[in-house]
Structure formats: C-alpha cells, structure tokens
Design a binder for this molecule. Structure first.
Ligand SMILES: NC(=O)c1ccc[n+]([C@@H]2O[C@H](COP(=O)([O-])OP(=O)(O)OC[C@H]3O[C@@H](n4cnc5c(N)ncnc54)[C@H](OP(=O)(O)O)[C@@H]3O)[C@@H](O)[C@H]2O)c1
Length: 292
C-alpha cells in the first residue's frame, strides 16, 4: 500500500519546501492542494478518510501548512471536526515551519539547561525576541510548557500581550510576560536563555546589548539572513561557547529542525490517529536527541 500524503496549504501555492521534505521522509505519493480554507477542506479530508479502510488508513496522512498561522489553525479545527470515531488519518501541523523550528530551538536549549526537570526549569528565565512571530510564539509556548518563566518581546507591548494571552488560554499555568523592546535593557541581565526569533535580516540585539546579558547561559539566533539577529552569532554556530555562554545560529538549529520534520512525516504513517502539533514535535526532537 503506497504512503500518500495530502499536503493542504492555506497559501496560493503549496510550499515546495514542505513537499520536498515529505518526499525525502518517505511519502510515496504527494497530493498538493493550495488556498485551502475551513469552508473547502471537508471534502478533501473525506477523500482521505473514505478511500482506504481499517489498518490501511495508516498509509494515508495529512500535512497542514502555509504562512498564515491562524488560517492553518482554523483549517486544523475543521479537519478535527471532520474525523469521527476510528475513521481518521494522521495529521502533522506545521504552519510556516514554526512548530518544527521552535521545537528544534527548545531541544537545543535543553542540551545545556535543565528543561526536563520542572522544578529546575521553573527557576529559569527565557527572553524570546521577535516573540510575536510564528516561531517566537511557539518557542514561548513550548518553554512555558516546560515550566520556564518566559518574556515575549515585541516592538509593540499590545502585540506581545495578545500573544501571551493566547499561550495562557491554552496553558493556564504558563508564566508568560509581555514586554516591549524598550524594556530590553532591564530584561537582559536576568535572562538564562535568549531566543532571537525576529524577522529574517533584522538585528534585534547589538553587541553592546548582548554584552549586558550577563547571566545568559544559552543564546539561539534563528535568523540566517545577514545581519545576524544577535550580533556575534554566526548562522553555523552549533553549541559554540563564548566564555560561559553557549550559542546556536539558524543553521546550527536547522539540522535538528529537519530531523524533527522528517521523523514526524515518518511517524504519520505508523498509525491512523496521530495528531502532531508543536508539543508532539518537541517530544520527537527530545527522543531523537536522546538516541544519539
Ligand atoms: N532555522 C530554521 O530552520 C528556520 C525555520 C523557519 C524560520 N526561521 C527563522 O526564524 C525567524 C522567525 O521566523 P518567523 O516566521 O516567526 O518570523 P517573522 O514572523 O517574519 O518575524 C518575527 C517577528 O519579528 C518582528 N519584526 C519584524 N520586522 C521587524 C523589524 N524590522 N524590526 C524589529 N522586529 C521586527 C515582528 O515582531 P513585532 O512586530 O511584534 O515586533 C515579528 O512578529 C526568522 O528569522 C526566520 O527566517 C528559521
């Protein structure tokens, strides 16, 4: 039975990156649909649900992607509603690559910080720069899920507050605080972990600002496009140490992101009832890291 992946994308063109990773990860047939909306997704999902039966349903799966995260989430809700009982197929949700990228960043941080121990994690302070973007929001959510105290930083305090509220709505125990960029000088001194998740090609921390992060143990810059998101971090940095600080660049994290993405696609075809969202991708990343 061939492994068929339905790539459902909310953008006008389905993302080629997601398609190529799917093929590399073992999808034998790729059915790509663009401009997918909650109102149009149900017949597509029915097509996946009703063509194969029983154990053979595991050989069909769905990937939900696209650059507009709320739009993908709305489609995901409709997909969930369309399934019933055992008549379902496995689903991977990765809008804008945000879930796989954020999971990879948290896996990298966990190599150096006690994120697996909830008591120890609750003593840690993380600062997520560009915290209102897809990747920053997800990184904040995953860290908060580990018990870390998280500050989401934005140029707009209101945008940061809205993103914190969205995390709290999902995780009422989350310790997430919004902050505006002009509060950075006060925040940097107490950060154990900094994740820079700003837009490509935007520098969020200058050399001088980074120098003020005196208690920072791990800094991850996810921007691969010059100038660096954090001055002094190279895209290829992977656990490079600068004094007591460990740094990762976008490519240093990107390898882990790709492994998580491929492993998640492979996992889809092991059963017909997986629903792989950010937290599940983090678990996959942790398993991959533990196995090396
Ligand atoms: N390594 C990988 O595998 C991988 C994969 C995917 C993405 N990425 C990278 O991860 C980073 C985050 O991705 P994303 O899609 O979440 O980014 P994004 O949505 O483009 O931007 C994230 C945030 O950056 C802030 N921002 C935008 N323009 C700015 C400017 N001129 N000055 C200061 N702040 C600005 C915005 O926050 P406010 O407007 O609220 O300030 C925005 O919400 C990007 O650099 C992306 O290229 C890496």
């Amino acid at each position: 039975m061939k492994k068929i992946l339905l790539q459902l994308d909310v953008d006008p063109q389905p993302c080629p990156f997601d398609a190529i990773v799917a093929v590399d990860a073992g999808a034998e047939v790729l059915l790509r649909h663009a401009d997918v909306k909650p109102a149009t997704v149900t017949p597509l999902v029915h097509g996946a649900m009703f063509t194969r039966g029983g154990a053979d349903l595991a050989a069909t799966a769905i990937f939900l992607g696209g650059s507009n995260v709320p739009a993908v989430e709305a489609v995901a809700e409709q997909v969930k509603k369309t399934f019933f009982g055992p008549v379902r197929v496995s689903v991977l949700v990765d809008p804008a690559g945000a879930n796989t990228t954020a999971a990879a960043a948290v896996v990298a941080a966990a190599r150096h910080l006690p994120l697996a121990d909830p008591t120890a994690a609750s003593t840690l302070q993380a600062v997520v720069l560009g915290g209102t973007g897809p990747v920053g929001q997800r990184a904040g959510r995953l860290l908060a899920g580990k018990g870390v105290r998280v500050t989401l930083v934005s140029r707009s305090a209101d945008r940061a507050a809205a993103c914190c509220a969205a995390i709290e709505a999902r995780q009422p125990a989350a310790a997430v605080t919004p902050a505006a960029n002009d509060e950075l000088p006060a925040l940097l001194g107490s950060a154990d972990l900094i994740i820079a998740a700003g837009a490509a090609g935007v520098q969020l921390l200058s050399d001088e600002q980074f120098g003020k992060a005196s208690s920072c143990k791990v800094c991850i810059d996810l921007n691969a496009v010059p100038p660096a998101g954090v001055a002094g971090i190279e895209p290829t940095d992977k656990a490079r140490t600068i004094g007591g600080l460990t740094v990762y660049g976008a490519l240093g994290v990107g390898g882990t992101k790709m492994k998580i993405h491929r492993a998640a696609i492979a996992r889809l075809f092991t059963a017909n009832d997986h629903w792989l969202d950010a937290e599940d991708l983090l678990t996959i990343g942790e398993e991959l890291d533990a196995s090396v």
